[in-house]
Design a binder for this molecule. Structure first.
Ligand SMILES: [Zn+2]
Length: 249
């Protein structure tokens, strides 16, 4: 498939509406095409931002005034309401697009952007985990020979954060080990860097994703998730405690 064929159906991919054959063809293309990957990430970010917007419903007064101005013929009335809806939706999308992409950006891609992009890409079917295991004694050795960092690997199943596995990713120009945890219906990706990068990763909220970063035992760690901030903070607390205690069981 070509980029021109991919663009119009990226939304359907995200909504899992494609046939298995098309789904496979689009994903194969995305693996190799940076331009379409970028478009995909943009769409996912936009959707995440839209989902987090508060919802307003029209007051009865406003509803009555709009209805009073509509002609009585049902067919035409429906058409007009349709266009008013499209117009209001368009305004909302335009405002969000500005909020997301109209902000000035520093030269170069901030590492937080790479982390969020990687997190979003990992949520594509088949991209989340290279080694699927909830056993940390399986996950940790898997990284040997692939990364020059051995990520401290713990499971917090009893606290609601289940180790799901790990993968290798490419962040800030280096091969980076990533641990993946499941918390309810959300995923937490934990990126493990050398501590020289610690000062470059901000703890922040970016496009609706929470990033928490910290340094520990000569490593810089960054957890990212679309789970709520409280859950991410709780995960980080558990992970820091387990690493500090070097818990062995
Ligand atoms: Zn493409």
């Amino acid at each position: 498939m070509t980029c021109d064929q991919i663009y119009p159906i990226l939304g359907a991919l995200i909504d899992r509406e494609l046939s298995p054959a098309d789904d496979f063809a689009v994903q194969t293309h995305l693996e190799a095409c940076k331009a379409c990957q970028a478009q995909y990430v943009t769409l996912v970010e936009l959707r995440a931002a839209l989902e987090k917007q508060p919802r307003f419903s029209a007051s009865d007064d406003l509803r009555r005034r709009i209805e009073a101005q509509l002609p009585s013929e049902p067919q035409e009335g429906k058409l007009r309401i349709g266009w008013i809806f499209v117009f209001v939706l368009g305004l909302g999308v335009a405002a969000l697009t500005f909020m997301l992409f109209g902000r000035p950006r520093l030269a170069g891609v901030p590492i937080e952007t790479e982390i969020v992009t990687s997190h979003i890409r990992s949520l594509m079917p088949g991209h989340l985990i290279d080694v699927v295991s909830s056993d940390r004694h399986t996950v940790k050795p898997w990284f040997a020979g692939k990364a020059d960092i051995a990520p401290p690997t713990w499971d917090f199943k009893n606290d609601g954060f289940e180790l799901a596995g790990g993968r290798m990713d490419y962040i800030a120009g280096r091969a980076t080990p990533v641990l993946t945890y499941r918390v309810r219906k959300h995923w937490i990706n934990l990126f493990v860097f050398p501590d020289s990068l610690e000062s470059q990763i901000a703890t922040e909220n970016r496009s609706g994703f929470h990033i928490v970063s910290w340094a520990q035992d000569g490593l810089a760690l960054a957890a990212v998730s679309d789970a709520d901030a409280t859950a991410v903070a709780k995960f980080v607390k558990l992970y820091r405690k387990a690493s500090a205690e070097g818990e062995n069981h």
